[in-house]
Design a protein around this ligand. Structure first.
Ligand SMILES: Nc1nc2c(ncn2[C@@H]2O[C@H](COP(=O)(O)OP(=O)(O)OP(=O)(O)O)[C@@H](O)[C@H]2O)c(=O)[nH]1
Ligand SMILES: [Zn+2]
Length: 196
């Protein structure tokens, strides 16, 4: 099997299929049995979708912006997310809450683009802290806002179905930038996020 890295922007179906077949053998399964025959190809298709954020540029997502002169906080909360823990390659899933205060130009983003931005970073092998700060940092870079807050709450299957086995434990991470570091503004954002 090739050991060469896959060129940027590409996904090598054949290699994923071969690796999954090998994995099945390694765990003591028979990849030739009826129920598993199509599994390597299925997993390759699923991985292409689940990791398609690796082939996306956040700048291509945050395209539609408007100059509105709006200077107050905008918050999209309860954005469902599902990502893959890079330590165990099992899912973690939950919600992201993304808020920002527009910059002096008053440039605002299309609301759906905030959710798309979350997906660009969620659809990669991830740790929750990095996912959270990547969303915040890319908003800072692309929108030049006065402040940003990103809160992610998620349940990690690696803590649920194996290992420490604590179903229901939620991990909450936050990243705040600019004016949202200010205690009053941050408290306002948090009350909007928590007040369901
Ligand atoms: N900080 C952080 N840790 C994570 C995340 N996802 C999984 N982990 C942790 O990564 C750690 C990996 O620890 P290791 O000791 O190398 O692996 P392990 O033996 O499988 O650990 P256990 O899960 O405790 O059984 C575990 O503590 C996981 O809970 C994440 O998004 N952020
Ligand atoms: Zn894990």
């Amino acid at each position: 099997m090739s050991r060469e890295p896959v060129p940027p922007g590409q996904f090598d179906h054949a290699r994923v299929e071969a690796a999954v077949r090998e994995l099945l053998v390694a765990i003591g399964e028979d990849p030739k049995r009826d129920g598993l025959l199509d599994t390597p190809a299925r997993v390759a298709r699923a991985y292409e979708e689940m990791f398609n954020g690796l082939r996306q540029d956040p700048a291509d997502v945050l395209t539609t912006t408007f100059e509105l002169g709006h200077e107050e906080m905008v918050l999209v909360k309860d954005i469902e997310l599902a990502s893959m823990c890079e330590h165990h390659l099992v899912p973690f899933y939950g919600f992201a809450h993304v808020g920002y205060i527009p910059g002096p130009s008053g440039r605002i983003a299309g609301l759906s683009k905030l959710a798309r931005l979350v997906d660009v970073f969620a659809k990669r092998p991830q740790v929750q802290e990095r996912l959270t700060s990547q969303v915040a940092n890319s908003l800072v870079d692309l929108l030049k806002p006065a402040g940003v807050i990103v809160v992610v709450e998620a349940e990690h299957l690696c803590m649920t179905m194996r290992g420490v086995r604590k179903p229901g434990a939620k991990t909450v991470t936050s990243a705040v930038r600019g004016q949202l570091r200010d205690a009053t503004t941050r408290a306002e954002a948090m009350s909007l996020i928590i007040g369901r």
